[in-house]
Design a protein. Structure first.
Ligand SMILES: *Cc1c(COP(=O)(O)O)cnc(C)c1O
Length: 393
């Protein structure tokens, strides 16, 4: 009997070590990792230079406090703002915390700049922003919210990728202060917004004086082929949140701001004990260095397209395959039926995948994936999908 609280439907496997895209379990069975700890380990496992940097940093300094200047945090903020065009960074420890900071910023913007007593934030259907009270309230999934009412108020929900729905809200709700969006919804099923959606969002936010807040916790850090998903267009957000891939597995989150959002907070408005400590910042800096030096964003695009072509070919003529969606190394295969059973079948065959939104096979492989790795995923996964689709609905 486990003494760990029962909050996860865990698979019956425990990993002991990893190398690149490979993991080994306690029985020494090898697995190909096409999930990377849910878009976290972009460099793969046990990356040699990251390991070296972390060992050196552990011998120097783990933690001081945000009561003092943290040189590595300053360096990381310099690097992240240079890469994104944003101006300031607040460091925390996870994605939901980064989104909490964004939500607080939006409310504070409403109170102090727009004279709105009850600020509202527009959020999207099928979105995922985290499991804290505010972020689960922002999340567009009843499964995440049910049983935890009363929810945090002040969120207005609209369909994904629908600018007119936002325009209609703007007509009657004058308490809106921000829009919070994932450009590629991860947990929601790898839903990719239309190329013009972000431009429309930017125009709406500018004309109404709202903050444009992008949750790039999953889509950031090179995963879609650019450092951040918004960089596929030439639009810049006012607020962007990061976490998952930022330090390849060390717990770190970041909330970046620009323009009218950049200088809202002052001392005492927000904080974190651990946020941006020397250890995690050393890890993030090395992760950024390797993504750039090894051209992993170009690789993400190339391998993503390899997946698109490979899956299209191997699943050709399968009427149960609704859509194959690819943005860099965010890959989703939507089926016409629930397919959670595939996860354990793939595990048995030595492959780690994920199923989200009931019927979407989701792959978030490390950015170091090779064509050979990708072909192996296709060769293992497609027969399992075809077998599932052969069963009567
Ligand atoms: C995972 C995720 C979160 C939550 O991150 P945690 O680190 O689990 O709190 C928030 N937003 C998006 C888009 C995510 O994918």
């Amino acid at each position: 009997m486990s003494n760990v609280m029962n909050t996860y439907a865990r698979l019956p496997v425990a990993f002991e070590r990893g190398e690149g895209p490979w993991l080994w379990d306690t029985q020494n069975k090898r697995y190909l990792d096409a999930l990377a700890g849910i878009a976290v380990c972009g460099l793969g496992h046990s990356h040699p230079s990251l390991t070296r940097v972390l060992c050196e940093q552990a011998g120097k300094l783990l933690h001081t406090s945000n009561l003092y200047t943290i040189t590595l945090q300053e360096k990381l903020a310099d690097r992240l703002t240079a890469l994104s065009g944003m101006e300031n960074v607040f460091f925390c420890n996870s994605g939901c915390e980064a989104n909490e900071a964004a939500i607080k910023l939006a409310r504070y913007f409403g109170h102090t700049k727009k004279n709105i007593d009850s600020p509202n934030i527009i959020v999207l259907e099928k979105s995922f922003h985290g499991r804290t009270m505010a972020t689960l309230s922002a999340t567009g999934s009843r499964k995440v919210q049910a049983g935890f009412e009363p929810l945090v108020s002040g969120f207005v929900r609209v369909p994904f990728d629908d600018l007119d729905a936002i325009r209609r809200v703007a007509e009657h709700n004058h308490n809106i202060v921000a829009v919070m969006v994932e450009l590629v919804q991860g947990e929601g099923g790898i839903n990719i917004c239309h190329p013009d959606y972000l431009k429309g969002l930017r125009e709406l936010c500018d004309s109404h004086d709202w903050l444009l807040m992008l949750d790039e916790v999953q889509s950031g850090m090179g995963r879609t082929g650019t450092w951040f998903a918004f960089q596929h267009s030439n639009i810049k957000p006012d607020v962007m949140t990061l976490a998952k891939g930022l330090a390849n597995g060390l717990p770190i989150g970041a909330c970046l701001t620009a323009g009218k959002a950049a200088t809202l907070f002052s001392p005492g408005k927000h904080g974190s004990t651990f946020g941006g400590n020397p250890m995690v910042c050393a890890g993030a800096l090395e992760t950024l260095r390797v993504i750039e030096a090894d051209k992993l964003m170009d690789n993400a695009v190339a391998i993503g397209e390899f997946f698109r072509a490979g899956f299209s070919l191997a699943l050709q003529g399968q009427s149960g395959v609704r859509q194959i969606r690819v943005k860099g190394l965010m890959v989703g295969i939507e089926l016409d039926r629930p397919c959670g059973a595939l996860v354990e079948q793939a595990l048995g065959a030595g492959l780690l995948i994920n199923v989200t939104a009931d019927s979407v096979v989701r792959l978030l492989p490390p950015l170091i994936f090779t064509r050979e790795n990708a072909q192996q995923v296709i060769d293992i996964l497609c027969p399992l999908i075809i077998r599932l689709l052969e069963k009567p609905l």
